[in-house]
Design a protein around this ligand. Structure first.
Ligand code: PBG
Length: 338
């Protein structure tokens, strides 16, 4: 048994009494180096479109994104995660636009890397922006339920990841939850001598209702309709399965491992870090942002304090970094200090 003190010799409030000893006892720290900023990018020029369900978040065209990237760098945020907004002309049953080397995403990646070589650029690998049905993979035309086909989808994802990496993406991040995609992507990258392109695996990605505002932002909600992703994303009831997913992605060659969503899944972050000791990331998703923002706009929560507390909680749970729509705000708040 662990020795433990007893009152009155032991008083837990002794160390909390003064700021200096509170600081000395602090276990977790949040810094700007822990933050990844997700951004929505549009075709065209001069566009800044507000996302109604995510006040404070916009979809922007490349020219506007360059200013955002510069600000991120200035604030010390290490990386951006890019999500393209694709119009109806870019959507099809076969999702071919996903690996078009002249498509929006590869053009944005190469422009960003050319202008800001030191900025980490992360791209999402999944077909949902490009499929006419809004699923992350290809569906079986003969199946009335529209089942997402695993092995056929792997070939499409491999082409998409290669296209991103050839455009200069530093990190490709498969968020599709197909079986075997990490291994397939690692081998196509290696065959093309892209041995330093990192893979951030969305290993433990849950079939969550907290993605609603994101699907509005990228315009996949309407295409998905009443469809759902239960045949490939994980059941929110499960935890052991998350560990198996991460173990498989380790074996297939992933470099970084994501748990998604974030705040309701801190137990999963904790288990992954404690049991597997890998670089672990959490995604504070669109619905989590919307909750915090809505309460803040109503004057019900103090935004700065609650956001910084939520981000620190990811660190305490074991995350090495957090994807959050609050990344730039949080970096500014951290810079200002208390
Ligand atoms: C799609 C993808 C989703 C998110 C990131 N990539 C949505 C989904 O799986 O339907 C959600 C992110 C967020 O809610 O902020 N592959």
């Amino acid at each position: 048994m662990r020795p433990t003190g007893a009152f009155p010799a032991t008083r837990m409030r002794r160390m909390r009494r003064d700021a200096f000893s509170r600081r000395l006892m602090q276990e977790s720290v949040l810094t700007t180096a822990d933050l990844i900023y997700p951004v929505f990018v549009l075709e065209g020029e001069g566009h800044v479109e507000a996302v109604p369900s995510m006040p404070g978040v916009s979809r922007v065209s490349l020219d506007k994104l360059l200013a955002v990237a510069e600000e991120a760098l200035t604030l010390g945020v290490p990386a951006l995660a890019l999500f393209p907004v694709v119009g109806a002309e870019g959507k099809s049953d076969g999702a071919e636009e996903a690996w078009n080397p002249d498509g929006l995403l590869p053009r944005v990646v190469s422009a960003l890397k050319q202008r800001f070589p030191e900025l980490g650029v992360i791209t999402d690998v999944a077909l949902d922006p490009y499929t006419s049905h809004g699923q992350d993979g290809l569906i079986d035309p003969k199946d009335p339920r529209g089942y997402v086909m695993n092995d056929e989808t792997l070939e499409a994802l491999a082409k998409q990841a290669l296209c991103h990496a050839q455009a200069g993406a530093d990190v490709v991040a498969p968020s599709d939850m197909m079986d075997g995609r990490i291994g397939r992507i690692r081998s196509i990258l290696d065959e093309h001598d892209l041995i330093y392109t990192r893979i951030l695996a969305y290993s433990a990605k849950y079939a969550s209702s907290f993605y609603g505002p994101f699907r509005d932002a990228v315009g996949s909600a309407a295409n998905l309709g009443k469809g759902n992703k239960y045949t490939y994303q994980m059941d929110p009831a499960n935890s052991d399965e998350a560990i198996r997913e991460v173990e498989l992605d380790i074996a297939e060659g992933a470099d970084m491992f994501m748990v998604k969503p974030g705040m309701p899944y801190l137990d999963i972050v904790r288990r992954v870090k404690a049991e597997l000791q890998v670089p672990t990331y959490a995604y504070q998703v669109s619905g989590e942002y919307a909750m915090l923002k809505a309460a803040a706009l109503n004057g019900w929560l103090s935004e700065r304090a609650c956001v910084l507390e939520s981000l620190l909680a990811f660190k305490r749970a074991g995350a090495d970094g957090v994807l959050t729509y609050y990344a730039l705000d949080a970096a500014r708040w951290l810079k200002e200090g208390v």
